[in-house]
Design a protein around this ligand. Structure first.
Ligand code: GDG
Length: 750
């Protein structure tokens, strides 16, 4: 399970890490061998596995506590990842970790299953330690780096980091639930914690409901406007900073679990476990940290009643319960261990026989291989959490069952229940319901088991931990990280651009000048666009063009351009360049192809009922919606067949009940090239938001300026957040150009 790795002392951090992960515990811990020498042991948790490749390729550092109190360690490199250890004293561990994290926040966030304890000195230690983590992260992070903070022990770190380093992109992921306001409101430091979290650009939660609870708490306590996943937080400059609060259900390295399960020695171990248990018909399994949130007592109670009423017998069914030691110095955990072990002892005393034990109970941590063998041996997996952020055990069980057998009984109070709907879902508080679910699982026919497990496996493999971390980081770096306002570098580039003799300012419409709307005909440019465009049109040597994938007539309708604006519609197939008429920019050969195309399709549609043709600027569409399926298929086949031979170069697009043939595959890049020629421009500014705009960015030349609107990969050199920023950018071009003109005039006069 573990591998020892010697640190290399040479790699001290130098503030150049572009990805910094911050978590309470480091992914490694110190190991003292018998002769007293110390080494570092990797703990291969899911989070490390998920982030490792990214950390390596993007120059990553991990900031966290190394698992031993009162010891300082210099930063070092371990297995390709830079490690930045944070020192914690024994009393800080008591107050910050065992106290505030595990005896205040943990019970509060888990529906007050145990009463949270509020102590001011715990809170003070929490603030102090969070500050230390934030400082360590701030000094490790390169300018503009991405910092990903994990979990409930570090909720103040995002705000502390943002204040110290406004240049950073900050993400936070909460591994445990976020409670409803009625519960959250108990927390004496409820406003400080929210403010701490709101320092992040993106706050990730396990469930949709958690993100909703968080947004509601922000509305109630701060009154900030929230819309969907977005929260607008007032910024010091009087503007707003957009924070996204969204669910990203965590997962596991499913393939790695399956790989372990396929190993012959692990399968052999699973067989051995069954034999050692006396070959019962059914093995039920529970695997949990010994925690009051996991509903271990509820599971034992239900099992005990089933044994008592004779529905199950110890000859047939054994429950294996792994309760791995956890937080053993925290009061409620000490009491819980006594409670559970009393219940197990009683039940075994009442029902076990010399040859059959009712509950095989283990208060140990096991190597992962042993856990996988247990999952393989278990016919029924019991996850009865009273509240759980996700519950990875449920997903691990599913990943291991490559034989598609086994039944998962899953609490609806575990985050995993949102995805794993084909499990037997239970309310663990309803003991009769749990008993019925256990009986159903024990007796479930093989066909049903296979069907359910197949669907569960699809879910777990489709959304594995890799998908989880990439989706979080993508949202963080592409979306939330687009800062409002105009970057200084863009302003500088626009000044340069405005020195050229002739400039073309070419603008996509939907998503660039106008926000996207549900009905395309309702799209309108944001306020201020028309005035900004007019200022540009009034300047010498500046031309403005609108470029769109829309048909030109539609572009004209929604953009209502001033007469001097050049227009390119249908990705450049149609243009209107200082003429009153739309030009269909087709060469003779293309026009001949269009005629031939029309002749073939007219003949086909004329001979097959329910089909008709639609003319497009550079092609035709054959619609089959009103034809019988057989006739529709015949029409499509004829069209494809005949045109494939006659006009092999056509672009073909299949749609629902329609097939479209075009003689020209024009792109916005072609459109921009045409506009550049027409305007005689030395320099071009192009702004767009869509993937089709990438064709235009691709034809920009040195000195041109490409501006991407919003999130997403782009070839453009600059980016702003949304259409509302575009009039400001156009205003900057106009200002810069006017200044150049004034300079030139002054120089000419002198
Ligand atoms: C928190 C949230 C959320 C347990 N015993 C042994 C062992 N384990 C492993 C399991 C699993 C992990 O520990 C436990 O993960 P869970 O998700 O079940 O629960 P928490 O520890 O409470 O985790 C939870 C999670 O964070 C991730 O976001 O899902 O809701 O509470 O991987 O296999 N592993 C080994 N030996 C043991 O004895 N090797």
């Amino acid at each position: 399970m573990t591998s020892a790795a010697e640190p290399t002392a040479s790699a001290a951090p130098d503030s150049t890490y572009s990805l910094v992960v911050v978590s309470n515990r480091l992914p490694i811990e110190i190991e003292v061998s018998e002769d007293g020498t110390e080494g570092w042991r990797t703990s291969p948790g899911g989070l490390v596995t998920a982030l490792e490749p990214m950390m390596r390729s993007s120059d990553g550092a991990w900031v966290g506590w190394p698992g031993i109190a009162d010891r300082s360690f210099d930063p070092f490199e371990n297995d390709g990842i830079s490690i930045v250890p944070v020192r914690l004293s024994e009393s800080e561990l008591e107050d910050y970790y065992e106290g505030f994290s595990n005896d205040t926040i943990w019970p509060l966030y888990h529906d007050v299953i145990a009463p949270p304890r509020y102590h001011r000195e715990w809170w003070e230690a929490y603030v102090r330690v969070n500050r230390r983590f934030a400082d360590a992260a701030a000094s490790a992070a390169a300018p503009g780096a991405t910092v990903w903070v994990h979990d409930y022990q570090l909720q103040l770190v995002p705000r502390m980091l943002r204040d110290a380093r406004p240049d950073l992109v900050i993400g936070f992921f909460n591994h445990i639930p976020f409670p409803p306001y009625g519960i959250y409101a108990q927390l004496p430091w409820r406003k400080q914690i929210l403010d701490g979290l709101l320092g992040a650009d993106l706050i990730g939660f396990q469930r949709l409901a958690d993100a909703g609870n968080f947004s509601r708490a922000v509305r109630r306590l701060y009154g900030y406007p929230t819309r969907g996943v977005a929260i607008d937080v007032p910024a010091p400059d009087g503007k707003h900073r957009r924070v996204i609060a969204k669910h990203f259900p965590i997962s596991i390295d499913a393939a790695a679990y399956e790989e372990l399960a396929r190993r012959p020695e692990i399968q052999e171990r699973a067989r051995q476990i069954r034999e050692d248990l006396g070959n019962p018909q059914t093995i039920m399994l529970g695997v949990d940290r010994l925690d009051y949130t996991k509903g271990i007592a509820h599971r034992i109670k239900a099992f005990g009643e089933l044994l008592a009423d004779g529905s199950l017998s110890v000859e047939d069914v054994t429950l294996v319960q792994v309760a791995s030691p956890s937080r053993e110095r925290v009061g409620p955990y000490i009491a819980l261990r006594d409670e559970i072990e009393l219940a197990v002892g009683r039940l075994n005393g009442d029902f076990s026989t010399i040859s059959h034990t009712a509950i095989s109970y283990h208060h140990h941590g096991y190597p992962r291989e042993e856990m996988v063998a247990l999952y393989l041996a278990a016919d029924v997996m019991l996850v009865t959490a009273l509240r759980d952020g996700m519950n990875l055990v449920a997903k691990e069980y599913v990943a291991v069952r490559f034989d598609r057998d086994g039944v998962l009984v899953l609490s609806e109070f575990a985050g995993a229940a949102d995805e794993l709907k084909q499990a037997v879902l239970i309310n663990p508080h309803d003991i009769d319901g749990v008993k019925a679910a256990i009986l159903r699982a024990v007796a479930m026919p093989r066909q049903e088991r296979l069907r359910r497990m197949r669907s569960l496996r699809r879910k777990v493999f489709d959304n594995d931990v890799d998908a989880w971390s990439s989706s979080f980081l993508r949202t963080l770096t592409e979306g939330a990280a687009v800062r409002p306002g105009i970057p200084d570098t863009l302003a500088g580039a626009l000044k340069d651009l405005s020195r050229a003799d002739n400039i073309l300012v070419a603008l996509d419409f939907d998503g660039t000048l106008a926000p996207h709307v549900d009905k395309p005909e309702d799209a309108r440019a944001v306020a201020g666009t028309r005035e900004a465009v007019q200022r540009l049109l009034d300047l010498d040597g500046v031309r403005v063009a609108f470029v769109s994938g829309r048909a030109l007539v539609s572009l004209r309708h929604v953009s209502q351009p001033q007469t001097d604006v050049l227009l390119a519609g249908s990705h450049g197939i149609e243009v209107q360049l200082d003429t009153p008429e739309i030009e269909l920019d087709l060469v003779t050969e293309e026009l001949e192809q269009l005629d031939a195309l029309a002749r073939v399709l007219e003949r086909i549609s004329g001979s097959i009922d329910g089909t008709w043709i639609e003319r497009k600027p550079a092609g035709l569409a054959l619609h089959t919606r009103l034809a019988t399926p057989r006739k529709a298929a015949a029409a499509l086949k004829a069209a494809r067949g005949e045109l494939g031979t006659l006009l092999p170069g056509l672009t073909v697009r299949d749609g629902k009940d329609v097939i479209e043939f075009a003689v020209r595959a024009s792109t916005k890049g072609d459109a921009l090239a045409r506009l550049r020629r027409h305007a005689g421009a030395d320099r071009v500014f192009y702004a767009g938001d869509d993937t089709t705009d990438e064709d235009a960015f691709a034809v920009l030349r040195p000195g041109d300026v490409g501006l991407k609107i919003g999130a997403g990969d782009s070839l453009a050199g600059y980016r702003v957040r949304g259409p509302e920023d575009v009039p400001l950018v156009l205003g900057l071009i106009a200002d810069a150009r006017a200044a150049v003109a004034a300079e030139r005039e002054a120089a000419a006069g002198a």
